[in-house]
Design a protein around this ligand. Structure first.
Ligand code: FNR
Length: 365
């Protein structure tokens, strides 16, 4: 695609759909069940309306924020997603470089196609966080947490909404229907004794090596075994958010895993305000799921998120020309946010507040 064709995130989605193999597109796009939650994540954003304020001085607009002490140029970072080589041969290295060029952050999936050290070397200046789930063997967990800290990752994003790894049952190096490889190797999961990638033994080894399910005790364990801040990714209720704070979480990422874990759970934007209230400033609160425009970003921030994250859109950016494509996509979101802030009277992120947004039902009651 010509870069000039790519003006909105939706354009990247369309081009990615026509560029990627059917297998890759299917893996990236899928949700659980009937995809109700997957659709709702996007559609729910559109059910909120923006109430602009006029006659404010918006001659300069500052979109910068801090996330656990790291400054980002704008409040849109990259959620951890597995297997970036399915989108582009440079895989997570391209993602890391694009995020660093845009001065935003990237959470690296444990299921990445490059080792966490390779990704760090690809963009040493970038803000990166390490996405983690536990193995049964505490030695492995300690080793990975230590490696992440040593390689300059600034926080651990513990995925808490995946009590079972059904996903692993799909791992195969055999070719998909359209003769393209489905999955590439995942070096962060390799330890002495791990069977060769893609074999039946590998699959069952990994399936039994991971801790399924993790519990709150594991959150305590991670807090004790790393000096990095810990973010719980996959919180959807006020009760669990408060539990997260009690267990020392430094942040919660409100997420339904992009509709991939349990169909029928709410859209993230609909539960955000309750969670922000429940957390009461004791931890930072972020959101992912369905963020596709700068206006979506403003809505999430107005409802209390400190930063939002994108999952699939980052993959679409990669599919459209790797590092360059993703950088362009991030710039699209940044420019749209600037545009939206100007038209709502916000010169800086702190100006974005709850009075800027109402749910559409407000006008019907
Ligand atoms: C994911 N997600 C995910 N989450 C996580 O914690 N660890 C992971 O390894 C993955 N892998 C993954 C692969 C693919 C292909 C997708 C689409 C998603 C979930 C991801 O971090 C995020 O929560 C959602 O993608 C956010 O929703 P949107 O932005 O895709 O709508």
């Amino acid at each position: 695609a010509e870069p000039s064709e790519l003006r909105r995130v939706e354009d990247f989605r369309r081009v990615a759909e026509r560029t990627l193999s059917g297998a890759a597109w299917g893996y990236y796009s899928n949700g659980d069940g009937d995809n109700q939650t997957l659709r709702d994540n996007c559609e729910s954003f559109k059910r909120y309306r923006v109430l602009p304020r006029v006659l404010r001085d918006v001659s300069t607009i500052d979109t910068s924020v801090t996330v656990l002490g790291s400054t980002l140029d704008f409040p849109v970072a990259i959620s951890p997603t597995a297997h970036h080589k399915m989108a582009h041969p440079d895989g997570e290295k391209a993602t890391a470089r694009a995020a660093a060029s845009a001065n935003t952050g990237m959470a690296l999936s444990l299921f990445a196609n490059h080792s966490l050290e390779e990704v760090a070397e690809a963009a040493p200046q970038g803000t990166r966080w390490f996405n983690f789930v536990l193995f049964k063997d505490p030695k492995r967990n300690r080793e990975l947490l230590d490696r992440a800290a040593k390689a300059g990752y600034k926080a651990v994003f513990l995925t808490v909404d995946q009590p079972r790894f059904e996903y692993l049952k799909q791992i195969t190096t055999s070719k998909g229907k359209d003769k393209t490889h489905m999955f590439y190797s995942t070096p962060n999961l390799v330890f002495p004794g791990t069977p060769p990638y893609g074999t039946e033994e590998y699959r069952s080894h990994l399936y039994s090596a991971l801790k399924q399910p993790m519990t709150w005790d594991d959150v305590d364990w991670v807090k004790k075994n790393t000096s990095l801040p810990v973010v719980l990714k996959g919180i959807l209720t006020a009760e669990d958010a408060q539990e997260a704070v009690r267990h020392g979480a430094d942040a919660v990422l409100v997420s339904n895993h992009g509709g991939r874990q349990l169909d029928g759970v709410p859209a993230t934007i609909d539960v955000l305000a309750d969670i922000v209230r429940a957390v009461g400033g004791e931890a930072e609160v972020y959101l992912d799921g369905g963020v596709r425009t700068g206006t979506d970003v403003l809505k999430a921030l107005a409802l209390g998120a400190r930063c939002v994250f994108i999952g699939r859109p980052a993959l679409w950016g990669l599919a459209c020309n790797g590092e360059k494509g993703l950088l362009q996509l991030l710039n699209v979101l940044k420019e749209e946010l600037v545009y939206t802030m100007a038209r709502t009277g916000c010169a800086k992120i702190a100006d974005i507040n709850p009075t800027l947004v109402v749910h559409e039902n407000y006008y019907m009651s």
